[in-house]
Design a protein around this ligand. Structure first.
Ligand SMILES: CC(C)(COP(=O)(O)OP(=O)(O)OC[C@H]1O[C@@H](n2cnc3c(N)ncnc32)[C@H](O)[C@@H]1OP(=O)(O)O)[C@@H](O)C(=O)NCCC(=O)NCCS
Length: 415
């Protein structure tokens, strides 16, 4: 397997340096050591070098970084999230980081790479070398059933390194990354373990199901909404004649939890789960506390009865790329398949595009959930590809379709 060319630092020392001398950090390390960098576990003394590993464009004091390392890293590790710091072999300076999320019971180990923001010209080489170290280790040694990485499509050296390790394109969310004054595609690459491919057959690269944006979606957002006969529920944020979106609160927890025990459908791929109202109250009770949240959730309210019939929201909001994931849940089967989810979605998109100014949204749906995929397509979302073996259900690994929709496309389709 060819290792990607790297231009990070001079050749490593020919003779091992003494303990603690710059460049001694990888001495004795038996794996995850490359020509120019090595990957080591994150440590308390990384607090003073947080730009190399912290997943935020905003600066943090060493005290704040220290608190994160002490409190969050052990919690993450218990959940199966591995954080590694990439250091230059020549002087042990941290130049990037990798996060691999083993997602507890999920078959796919999902990775993200980060390079220190300075100097920018070495970023691609750092990421490329990380991939060359991580993928063979995850597949050949850790026997991950599947490995996936989110990459920046505007970094050809990194994409080439991904392909050299046997990763292949799974999906592409158009122009979702804002970097160096321009938009770049978010591309996900995946490798399925050869032993499991032999047993289960090869589903082929997920990108093959990608498509062009629909030119005339069947259920676009209306340009004008008729006057409603029903009163506006208190705290409404956005409304159509039939529905209103308002903030969710712990008061909605009992309704949502009761619906999970009365569910009649098991079509979502993973089967039914009786959820506790305590869980919903935790999710929704403190919602809105953060001034700049990374998620926004709404109760979907039927204006005629003021009944909460579901929830929808924006998740993983990226305020720099101006993108978010969308998600919806209509609580009861009798309210599904009647256009209510689509009507509520267009209210959510109006909020996302017209009020928040987002550039695009994306969504993912298990391939078993054909109704949810049909709803997204008729709303104007584009098929962006597929990622395989992301969860388990019905005695097999479940795959998922990805979708994207840009604000301009949503606006142009309005009728
Ligand atoms: C997904 C969901 C939010 C969609 O909202 P909705 O109100 O049901 O959606 P709509 O009625 O607007 O559209 C559904 C479309 O799927 C079609 N459909 C229904 N069952 C289907 C099936 N089994 N396979 C394919 N299409 C199906 C409907 O006919 C409808 O299309 P049409 O308007 O052309 O007739 C809602 O069904 C829901 O909450 N489902 C359960 C939870 C869930 O799956 N959430 C999404 C997780 S990704």
């Amino acid at each position: 397997m060819s290792r990607p060319a790297a231009t990070v630092a001079p050749e490593p020392h020919a003779t091992p340096p003494t303990d603690n001398a710059p460049g001694s950090g990888s001495v004795g390390q038996t794996f995850l050591v490359g020509d120019r960098i090595y990957l080591r576990p994150i440590r308390a003394d990384d607090a003073s070098r947080s730009v190399a590993w912290r997943e935020s464009p905003f600066p943090a004091s060493a005290k704040v970084a220290e608190k994160f390392l002490e409190e969050e890293v052990p919690k993450e590790a218990e959940k199966g999230v591995l954080r590694l710091v990439a250091c230059r072999r020549s002087d042990d300076v941290p130049v990037g980081s990798a996060i691999v999320d083993f997602r507890e019971d999920w078959p796919t180990a999902y990775g993200r790479l980060r390079a220190a923001p300075w100097p920018p010209e070495t970023a691609s080489a750092v990421k490329a070398e990380m991939l060359g170290l991580l993928v063979p280790w995850l597949v050949d040694e850790r026997s991950a059933i599947s490995v996936a990485f989110d990459l920046d499509g505007g970094e050809p050296a990194v994409v080439a390194a991904a392909e050299a390790t046997g990763l292949r394109p799974a999906f592409r969310i158009r122009e979702a990354i804002w970097r160096s004054g321009a938009r770049h595609d978010w591309v996900a690459y995946q490798k399925l373990h050869p032993a499991w491919l032999g047993r289960l057959g090869d589903p082929g690269p997920g990108i093959l199901v990608g498509d062009d944006p629909p030119t005339a979606p069947r259920s676009p957002a209306p340009r004008h909404r008729p006057e409603s006969r029903f009163p506006l529920p208190p705290n409404t944020v956005v409304a159509s004649d039939r529905l209103a979106l308002r903030p969710l609160g712990s008061g909605d927890a009992d309704t949502a939890a009761r619906a999970t025990t009365q569910e009649t459908e098991d079509s979502f791929g993973e089967g039914r789960i009786p959820e506790s109202p305590l869980l919903f109250a935790k999710w929704w009770g403190n919602h809105g506390e953060q001034a700049t949240p990374d998620e926004v959730r709404f109760a979907i309210v039927l204006r005629a009865t003021e009944e909460t019939i579901g929830d929808n929201g924006l998740f993983n909001i990226d305020w720099i790329g101006k993108t978010a994931e969308t998600g919806s849940f209509i609580f009861r089967p009798q309210h599904r398949g009647a256009g209510l989810g689509t009507e509520a979605k267009h209210l959510l998109l109006e909020y996302a595009f017209e009020r928040l100014g987002l550039f695009a949204v994306w969504s993912w749906v298990t391939t078993a959930n054909t109704r949810s995929a049909a709803a997204l397509r008729k709303q104007g979302y584009r098929d962006a590809g597929r990622i395989d073996w992301v969860s388990v259900g019905r005695g097999e690994f479940q795959s998922a379709f990805l979708f994207d929709l840009q604000a301009e496309e949503w606006r142009a389709a309005r009728r």
